[in-house]
Design a binder for this molecule. Structure first.
Ligand code: UDP
Length: 326
């Protein structure tokens, strides 16, 4: 049983991670400022601390009190559009606050770190599927903030022996199959929850951003990965670090691309009704195709996604939306 601090454990992916580690018997502590997370998403059995990872004094007290075996970091701002408008917020929250956390870890001799990174570190794809060696040329402050932390982590390994795993998510989606946790962003910007909100009548329609991309049906293609599969990869990466593993980066997706139209059509089959869709202009900064090559996670970590069927991913997200609607 390991003692793990999960920063951002009240958010979408973090809350699924907390659940998974609590259920396997780890001792889990959650630090979250609830700026976008939800207290009721923190799985029972985890100890909750309300606060910010930018608060050096709070972190110092926490690390004085507990000898953590590892830290997992899910607390970040994640909206590309907002990052273009407010880069300062992104560099403070995603880079500076993370640096504060890393400093406190080093000062307390905690040297294992799992970091939520993103496909946005690659920028416009130069080839597809995207493997870990693909050039990193992020095209917005969000992607740059994550790439900066990845580089900081390499330097912290060399200088302080801090071992980290950077997990680069493609399109996280779905929800734990029991309908108890799910995606609850405010405002919601992600395709699958928006499509399902349109299906549930919570919003009038789903807007399809761009119809003239260089893809078969003209809409963007993405690689959707189930949040439970993402968390499985984190748990494996954590175990590898706990066993003395070296720093590593992993791209996480299913290796299958689905267009925006295919997602909407699959959702219509899952929910059994028409979902009103409206053509809208392209959204700035969207590459036409983003698909992961996840061979490294499979061969090095032994990761095997269980829910690689898009209909199942959407079904689980739908169960959650219905459970929320009461
Ligand atoms: N998208 C869309 N309508 C929406 C939200 C998203 O057409 O209301 C498209 C978006 O342009 C992208 C894909 O759906 O091509 C996935 O977007 P999302 O924001 O879910 O994830 P991202 O790929 O930006 O990480």
């Amino acid at each position: 049983m390991a003692k793990i601090l999960i920063v951002g454990g009240a958010g979408y992916i973090g809350s699924h991670m907390v659940m998974s580690l609590v259920l396997r018997g780890d001792s889990v502590f959650v630090l979250d400022n609830l700026s976008s997370g939800h207290l009721d998403a923190v799985w029972p059995g985890a100890e909750f601390i309300h606060g910010s990872l930018a608060d050096r004094d709070l972190l110092t007290r926490l690390f004085n009190e507990h000898q953590f075996d590892a830290v997992m970091h899910f607390a970040a701002c994640i909206e590309v559009g907002e990052s273009v408008k407010h880069p300062s917020k992104y560099y403070h929250n995603n880079v500076e606050a993370t640096l504060t956390l890393l400093d406190v870890m080093v000062a307390h001799g905690v040297n294992k770190f799992i970091f939520s990174s993103t496909a946005a570190v690659f920028g416009e794809p130069q080839y597809t599927p995207i493997d870990e060696a693909h050039p990193k040329q992020p095209v917005n402050p969000y992607g740059r903030s994550k790439w900066m932390v990845e580089q900081i982590l390499q330097d912290f390994d060399h200088a302080y022996g801090l071992k980290s795993a950077c997990l680069r998510y493609f399109n996280a989606a779905g929800a734990e199959p029991g309908g108890r946790l799910g995606e609850r962003h405010d405002p919601e910007t992600h395709l699958i929850p928006l499509v399902l909100q349109a299906a549930a009548g919570i919003r009038p329609d789903i807007k399809v951003f761009g119809q003239d991309y260089d893809t078969e049906d003209g809409t963007c293609i993405r690689d959707y990965i189930h949040v439970v599969d993402l968390c499985d990869a984190h748990a494996l990466a954590l175990d590898q670090l706990l066993a003395g593993g070296e720093c590593a980066q992993y791209n996480l997706g299913n290796g299958n691309g689905f267009s925006v139209r295919q997602v909407i059509e699959t959702a219509q089959q899952v929910v059994g009704r028409e979902i009103p869709m409206v053509n809208a202009p392209r959204r700035a900064g969207d590459p036409a195709v983003l698909i992961a090559d996840s061979h490294r996670a499979k061969s090095v970590l032994g990761w095997q996604p269980q829910y690689d069927d898009l209909a199942v991913i959407i079904e689980h997200a739908w169960q959650y939306i219905r459970s929320q609607a009461g």
